[in-house]
Each structure stands twice: as structure tokens, then as C-alpha cells.
Ligand binder design. Structure first.
Ligand SMILES: Cc1cc2nc3c(=O)[nH]c(=O)nc-3n(C[C@H](O)[C@H](O)[C@H](O)COP(=O)(O)OP(=O)(O)OC[C@H]3O[C@@H](n4cnc5c(N)ncnc54)[C@H](O)[C@@H]3O)c2cc1C
Ligand code: FES
Length: 415
């Protein structure tokens, strides 16, 4: 009835309708027949399995928080056999002529070949892309087709394996808070036990069971230190953690930043962007770049946030807003060098957009200006698509991007 209603509502317009069928039924073949009789053009199988509660093994707690008590639809390689069974049942029920897209946990050439033998005309890939770097997606897809074609001819081939599993897993590690220091009402520097080696451009997710998880840059790898700006429910929960309390971390995500070759660099941070200054300054110093840092603050209490750490790498200019939001940008632009210097902005998007625009107006090349993007970031593994700048996902290519790239590919981002 649902498909028939959609078909009727579309009237003269005749897009192809391919309903995606849930496997959570007793007779998927009968449903497939009904859907085709109601006017569908073809079928897709399967949708997620479940819902089920997944207990995260390190914490022993459910990952999801929702009105279903933490239950969610399952996808990925765990559902592959179920998908294969459903595709076979549908093909048997609807005959040879109905176009059918088989999907669900497909990740290698053998899976693709089996899906084809089960009756799929096309094979869909979803979760497997979370285990392949975005830059390798086209090559991985080609290798899957090539591997499957070889297997269907009776040869052994698994070239797609070299692209699969190059990415960090989604496993969590537990860490205890060993120190916390508040700077004014909205800034917290929190230190956790242990270390977490990383490079500028990479980040992690922090998870507090029962509250949620959010992305954060690591400020210092050892002891593991974060700078937190109070925003909403999650950062409030971080503020409420006491010494000895635990939280969970997954990562690294993003990618180390490839440095351009400029002999000098100016780093400009605002808001929680100060967290990214130490790793970036460390990297630049290692490459022999002479640098200075500007940090804009809205509250005098923020003057000492990571101050000792940043001063290790060069002169630090702390500029208080004094009622003029982003006053630090005027200071940077006033003293800007047009040649031989690269500029790194780390902070809220409008702050970075304004600084970059004013530098270009002064004659600095957009290729010499880099922005550290903190876009909405939900999965970290390339599946949700939220963190895109142009065609690049920042969880894949890292958080730094040149201003030139943004202007060419996603100028709206800075508005
Ligand atoms: C790569 C990266 C690194 C970051 N590093 C730091 C850091 O070192 N220190 C720090 O204080 N903050 C950092 N952030 C921002 C931090 O993730 C948000 O402040 C946090 O998610 C807010 O959550 P909340 O529940 O307190 O607020 P909410 O009420 O949920 O949101 C408040 C604001 O925070 C931002 N935000 C919320 N959820 C997300 C999300 N999933 N992804 C990106 N932004 C979000 C949005 O601008 C939103 O308007 C980083 C974000 C990214 C993407
Ligand atoms: S956070 Fe990058 S795609 Fe989901």
C-alpha cells in the first residue's frame, strides 16, 4: 500500500522506485512480490538487522542512547549471511526479470560474486567504506569488480584486500582523569593518564557513557591533555568529571597535515583552537620553520591556557578582545608579511574566514593560508558525510585545509 500511495502521489512524474526491504520479517519473498505488484520498479535488499543492543566490550555499557534502550539497527559484515539468504529468497519469489540490488555486509570480491550468484543484478557497498580511506574508494570499488569477475570465472583473486582495513578501528580505550584546571567560567584543561601519540590534523572522540561522544583535538600527547570550551551537554559533562573519573577514547581520526614549504609561520588561535597550537607548532619547529603565535582571548582568565607549552616554540602574543570580537585578527593582519610566511587559523569558522579574507586583501596568497576545520563530525570513519569540505571528508584527509581549496570548493563553509 505504501508503494502504491507513493506511485499515485507522483502522478505524471515517473522516477524509478526501488524499495529497500527489511530482513526483520518472516517471509521476505512474499513481501517482495507484494511490493512489485504495487508498482515498484525493482528491489534493494537488505536494510539493517535488528534493532539490537550492542554492549561495548571495554566499558560493558551500550554505545547508543535512545528511546529504544540503546538498541539500533546492525549493519556491516555481521549481517552478510542474512543478506545473502534474503537476496536468494527474493530472487526465487519474484523471478528473473525483476531488477534486484543486493547489499548488506559486502566487503570483498568473494562477497560480490556470491551476491551475483544469489540473484543480484547490482551489488551495493556501504559499511565497508568505513574501512577504506576515502582517497582509495574508487580503486577499492574497481578492485571489487575485478576480483568478483575473476572469482566468477573460477580464478582466485583478492586485490581489494590491500585497500580494506587501512583505517583506525572504532574500539574505545578507558582513561582516568589525573588533573583538571578551569580557566574562567568556560575553559577547562583536563589531563588523562597515559599518552596518545598523534600529529596535527588528527583528533579523537571522547565518550562518556550515558551522555554521548564528541570529537576533540589532543593538545599534548603526554600526559594526554585536552582543552575544553564549555558549549552544551557533553562539554558540561566533561567539566563535571572529577580526578579519578573515567572516560573513553577512540581514534585517531583525520590525517597528519602535510606541511607546505615556507620558512616562517604565523599561528592564530581563537576559542578552543588553542588546543591545536602545540602539535602544529611542534611539527613546524621540527621542519625548521620559524614561528610566532597569536591567541585571541575573550576573558583575562584564559591568558595562561597552555601558555608554557606554546612559548616553547616561539613568541606568543595574547590579544584580549576588549569588547571587540576577534581583535587578534586585526593585530595579525596589521603586521602581516606577504612573502615567505604561511598562516594557520584555528578557531570558529567565521573567525578563520574573516582572518583569511583580510590577509588575502593585504596580498597574502590563499595558498599560504591554512584553516583547521571543526566541521560537524559524527562517525570519524567516512560514513555519515557530515564533515565534508568540498569533496573531501575531514575525518579522512585531516582537519587542515588550504584557504585556496576552500575558496575553490566550498566557499559557503566560511559564512
Ligand atoms: C575535529 C574537531 C576537533 C575539536 N576539538 C575541540 C577541542 O579541542 N576543544 C573543544 O572544546 N572543542 C573541540 N571541538 C568541538 C567540540 O566537538 C564541540 O564543542 C562539542 O561537540 C560540543 O558538544 P556539546 O554537547 O557540549 O554541545 P552541543 O550543544 O551539542 O553543541 C554546541 C556546538 O558545538 C558544536 N558541535 C556539537 N556537536 C558537534 C560535532 N559532533 N562535531 C563538531 N562540532 C559539534 C556545534 O558548533 C554546536 O553548535 C572539536 C570539533 C572537531 C570536529
Ligand atoms: S565524520 Fe566524516 S564522514 Fe562522518
Amino acid at each position: 500500500a505504501y508503494v502504491a500511495a507513493i506511485r499515485e502521489a507522483l502522478g505524471e512524474c515517473r522516477p524509478l522506485i526501488f524499495p529497500k526491504l527489511t530482513p526483520n520479517v518472516t517471509n521476505i519473498g512474499a513481501i517482495a512480490q507484494e511490493v512489485m505488484a504495487a508498482g515498484a520498479d525493482g528491489l534493494v535488499a537488505i536494510n539493517t538487522v535488528g534493532p539490537e543492543v550492542h554492549i561495548e566490550p571495554i566499558s560493558g555499557l551500550p554505545i547508543l542512547q535512545n528511546s529504544l534502550g540503546g538498541a539500533g539497527g546492525k549493519s556491516g559484515k555481521w549481517i552478510y549471511q542474512e543478506a545473502l539468504k534474503a537476496v536468494k529468497a527474493i530472487r526465487q519469489a519474484v523471478g528473473e526479470e525483476v531488477p534486484l540490488i543486493g547489499m548488506g555486509g559486502v566487503s570483498n570480491g568473494r562477497d560480490v560474486a556470491e551476491m551475483v550468484l544469489a540473484g543480484s543484478d547490482l551489488v551495493g557497498i556501504g559499511s565497508a567504506f568505513a574501512k577504506v580511506h576515502q582517497r582509495e574508494w574508487p580503486a577499492y570499488a574497481e578492485a571489487l569488480v575485478d576480483d568478483a569477475s575473476a572469482i566468477l570465472r573460477g580464478e582466485e583473486r583478492n586485490n581489494s584486500a590491500k585497500y580494506y582495513s587501512l583505517k583506525p578501528s572504532m574500539e574505545y580505550k578507558e582513561r582516568k582523569v589525573i588533573e583538571r584546571q578551569e580557566f574562567g567560567s568556560d575553559t577547562l584543561v583536563v589531563t588523562l593518564e597515559g599518552n596518545w601519540p598523534f600529529e596535527a590534523g588528527e583528533y579523537v572522540f571522547l565518550w562518556i557513557p550515558g551522555v554521548g561522544e564528541k570529537p576533540f583535538s589532543i593538545a599534548i600527547d603526554s600526559p594526554l591533555t585536552f582543552v575544553i570550551k564549555l558549549k552544551g551537554a557533553f562539554t558540561k559533562a566533561l567539566f563535571n568529571l572529577k580526578v579519578g573519573d573515567s572516560l573513553f577514547i577512540r581514534g585517531l581520526y583525520g590525517e597528519p597535515f602535510t606541511l607546505p614549504s615556507y620558512p616562517k609561520a604565523t599561528l592564530v588561535a581563537g576559542g578552543s583552537g588553542v588546543a591545536v597550537v602545540p602539535p602544529l607548532a611542534k611539527r613546524l619547529t621540527k621542519e625548521g620553520v620559524t614561528l610566532q603565535t597569536f591567541v585571541g582571548i575573550s576573558d583575562e582568565n584564559q591568558r595562561d591556557v597552555l601558555r608554557d607549552e606554546i612559548e616553547k616554540y616561539g613568541p606568543l602574543n595574547i590579544v584580549a578582545d576588549q569588547g571587540e570580537v576577534g581583535r587578534v585578527l586585526s593585530e595579525v593582519v596589521r603586521g602581516a608579511e606577504v612573502e615567505g610566511c604561511s598562516y594557520y587559523f584555528i578557531g570558529p569558522t567565521p573567525f578563520m574566514g574573516r582572518g583569511a579574507k583580510e590577509l588575502v586583501e593585504r596580498g597574502v596568497s590563499p595558498r599560504a593560508i591554512f584553516l583547521s576545520l571543526e566541521l560537524p563530525t559524527l562517525c570519524g570513519v567516512g560514513l555519515c558525510g557530515q564533515c565534508s569540505c568540498g569533496e573531501r571528508l575531514t575525518c579522512q584527509y585531516g582537519t587542515f585545509v588550504s584557504y585556496h581549496y576552500v575558496l575553490e570548493n566550498d566557499e559557503e563553509l566560511l559564512r
